[in-house]
Design a protein around this ligand. Structure first.
Ligand SMILES: [Zn+2]
Length: 386
């Protein structure tokens, strides 16, 4: 038996399956009893096992290949097999952590003036749906477009077309002039409550605006006096604006309540902030709990907020995922984006990190405005305890 096996082995060249088969036939033809059959069976089993192994492996790999070609807006790079399935990456300049629609600007976070900005003259782009107090006001182009769009809706729905931009972008010098004027009139302490120190004002960003009413006879009124006040507030919120210094938040913002100062943060952030009754500082603090290494803040298409593990956010249904990525130490910061996410948008928070907002599936902001009272409850549960 041993001999027979050895003989058969010697007759089977190891180089190729084909040759091996031929030798087996040869063995069989010789009527060599058991050894030939046993070797034949063993080889057939081996071939079957190897074939099955490859079949199963290729089946397992099939979805992976699909994923690689799937459409994500992110510039994708796939560093490792394990991560490949759940994440793509965007590289952003680390210095951009001080720029974007979600930057925090307050007494602890000075505005970092960019080399170039995208400011346009408000008056030159004005429509009949709103007014502007001075013809030299400048504003961020995108934000002015949003304002134009929402005042058009307002005017069409309510007839209110006296909404007036009473302050917009301010240079460092302009802020200094306004501040000095307040200080001389009201004293330093009061001035600080209404006018930020030069360099620390949201008006430097170009994405904040003071809004009042100016009637056709020149009467200036707070927007609270408009019959369309509720509609004004709803439209601002639904278009990405927040009331930046709301009532009851002075301890945090260190600015007195200002019912006229609006700040653009974009969607869906304005919905969450306003519905939850947060000030912007609280929201930026909240987002520090949500990271690509842990869970993201998930706003579902029906307005529910939840905390979902980053890797599972792709399967959480239509909605928005929001999370923070700390700024790296090099020139660029690598931003992980969950697989399958649409329209990833990255903004600095001006607090050492980036806020990433991605969308999954067919979800429109108008469908998530139902974001309700549960937001406050959610915030109570997840707010950082400090
Ligand atoms: Zn203001």
């Amino acid at each position: 038996m041993n001999n027979g096996q050895r003989d058969s082995r010697e007759r089977i060249p190891a180089q190729s399956r084909r040759k091996r088969g031929r030798s087996l036939k040869y063995v069989r033809r010789h009527g060599g009893v058991n050894p030939g059959y046993i070797i034949f069976a063993v080889v057939v089993i081996l071939i079957l096992a190897v074939s099955l192994f490859f079949i199963f492996r290729s089946k397992n790999e099939a979805p992976r290949a699909t994923e690689n070609t799937a459409d994500t807006a992110a510039e994708s790079e796939t560093p490792g097999r394990e991560e490949e399935k759940t994440v793509t990456f965007i590289d952003v300049p680390t210095s951009d952590s001080a720029a974007g629609d979600l930057i925090l600007v307050n007494y602890d976070h000075a505005y970092v003036f960019p080399e170039k900005d995208d400011l346009v003259n408000v008056y030159e782009n004005k429509t009949d749906d709103f007014k502007v107090a001075y013809s030299d006001y400048m504003m961020d182009k995108n934000v002015l477009d949003v304002l134009i769009s929402l005042t058009h809706e307002l005017s069409a729905a309510t007839g209110e077309d006296d909404l007036t931009v009473n302050s917009a972008y301010r240079t460092l010098e302009e802020q200094r002039e306004i501040y000095d004027e307040y200080r001389e009139t009201w004293g330093e302490e009061t001035a600080k409550l209404y006018v930020a120190d030069p360099g620390f004002s949201e008006h430097h960003t170009g994405i904040a605006a003071d809004l009042i009413l100016v009637r056709d006879d020149g009467t200036a009124l707070p927007i609270t006096r408009s019959e369309a006040y509720d509609e004004i507030m709803r439209l601002l919120r639904d278009h990405g604006f927040i009331l930046r210094y709301p009532e009851g938040k002075k301890e945090i913002t260190r600015i007195e309540t200002e019912p006229w100062h609006f700040r653009y943060v974009g969607l869906p952030h304005s919905l969450i902030i306003e519905k939850a009754g947060l000030c912007f500082e609280e929201y930026i603090g909240l987002l520090k709990n949500f990271t690509s290494g842990g869970s993201v803040l998930f706003l579902s298409g029906n307005g529910k907020l939840s905390s979902v593990p980053f890797a599972e956010s792709s399967f959480a249904g239509p909605g928005y995922a929001i999370y923070r990525v700390p700024a790296g130490s090099g020139e660029t910061t690598r931003i992980p984006v969950p697989y399958g996410a649409d329209a990833p948008s990255v903004s600095g928070d001006n607090d050492g990190g980036f806020i990433v907002t991605v969308r999954f599936g067919d979800v429109s902001p108008s469908r998530v405005v139902s974001v309700g009272d549960d937001v406050s409850a959610f915030y109570e549960k997840t707010a950082p305890a400090d």
